[in-house]
Design a protein around this ligand. Structure first.
Ligand SMILES: *[C@@H]1O[C@H](CO)[C@@H](O)[C@H](O)[C@H]1NC(C)=O
Ligand SMILES: *[C@@H]1O[C@H](CO)[C@@H](O)[C@H](O)[C@H]1NC(C)=O
Length: 327
């Protein structure tokens, strides 16, 4: 072999090696590992969390993991409703199992559809915060099975409020500094709610369950919830509990992650009602959600949460209607 041929052979071998290395490095396994790793490495955590969650498709098979029984993973596979306990009797656990659920948001969008009849046909109707029924039946239905309420919202609900009439379950979520039976600032309001309305069955989330919600957020975004400057929303906790109690879920009035970007002129109100806390006309849905997403000191990342819901939807029989999501 002359020098020239040898040189050519070495170059070819080098190129073949390089190609093999590239193929290896771009396998799904490697890419998945790299994505899992990268958000923690990046200085701008917020930006990386958004990048990750706007493309939340993830294929457990290609990552070589054994298929999970549920995704997101439950806090307790044997007892999925562990962590929802009675107020004040914490030895009592939430016991609710539904076929078809309607999850009704508080969005002003609810007023655009006369979905009330359809909502009432569901086996269970789940409502959020102080969204009223009386006077809005045509749009939001009249049945309530479960109402998920945030700790700040419960403080704004008067003990004689019309929404507290009826026989249904109330689930109040909040950190232990608000909801601990001995030291929680909001807890006394929650017990007085139960005292005053024995027809309601009032529950709260244990500290473990709150931490579980944080862990699920971190598993989806790669970011510890506290460090991402976010507070999980009532929508987050409502979707989590709905996945635990319902076989099939229809969500009414929730907009997908990209909706406001694609409808820059949308003027829908944040709520379909005026309450003690919000005057409906002071909040526009898109303006409020965008502002919360970008605000750094303790806000709700509604858009990030919605990108996560979109990933969960096909795995948990969730459909979004009014508006419908393109999944
Ligand atoms: C939960 O409710 C079902 C149906 O109402 C009942 O059969 C079951 O015994 C309850 N479980 C507990 C632990 O209370
Ligand atoms: C989806 O719905 C079907 C039919 O009701 C049910 O058998 C299945 O368990 C549901 N899957 C989940 C993840 O809830």
């Amino acid at each position: 072999m002359n020098t020239r041929r040898r040189c050519w052979l070495l170059t070819s071998l080098f190129l073949v090696g390089l190609t093999c290395a590239c193929v290896f490095l771009t396998t799904d396994r490697f890419v998945t590992k790299w994505q899992d790793f990268s958000p923690r490495q990046t200085a701008d955590r917020k930006e990386s969390s958004e990048r990750r969650t706007t493309t939340p498709e993830r294929s457990p098979e290609s990552a070589g993991e054994p298929p999970k029984t549920r995704d997101p993973e439950p806090m307790d596979a044997v007892n999925p409703l562990k962590g929802y306990v009675g107020v004040p009797d914490e030895s009592k656990q939430l016991n609710l199992s539904c076929g078809a659920c309607a999850l009704v948001t508080g969005s002003g969008r609810m007023l655009n559809y006369k979905a009330g009849n359809e909502i009432d046909q569901a086996d269970c109707v789940i409502r959020m915060n102080e969204g009223p029924v009386v006077g809005y039946e045509k749009h939001v239905g009249s049945k309530t099975t479960l109402r998920v309420i945030a700790h700040p919202s419960i403080l704004y609900v008067a003990l004689d409020a019309a929404i507290l009439e009826g026989n249904y379950k109330v689930l109040v979520w909040g950190p232990s500094k608000e909801m601990d039976a001995k030291t929680g600032k909001t807890y006394p309001k929650v017990t007085s709610l139960q005292d005053r309305h024995p027809n309601l069955q009032v529950y709260k989330l244990t500290e473990d369950k709150i931490r579980y919600g944080d862990r699920v957020f971190e598993a989806e975004t790669g970011l510890p919830r506290e460090k991402s400057g976010t507070w999980l929303s009532t929508g987050w906790w409502t979707v989590l509990v709905a996945m635990e109690i319902c076989d099939v879920i229809k969500v009414y009035g929730m907009i997908p992650e990209g909706y406001c970007r694609n409808h820059p002129d949308d003027q829908t109100f944040y709520h379909y009602f005026t309450g003690r806390r919000y005057r409906m006309e002071d909040y526009k849905e898109c303006a409020y959600q965008n502002e919360q997403q970008d605000f750094r000191g303790g806000s709700h990342k509604y858009l990030t949460e919605k990108a996560i819901f979109a990933r969960w939807a096909p795995l948990n029989n969730i459909t979004f209607i009014n508006p419908s999501w393109d999944l």
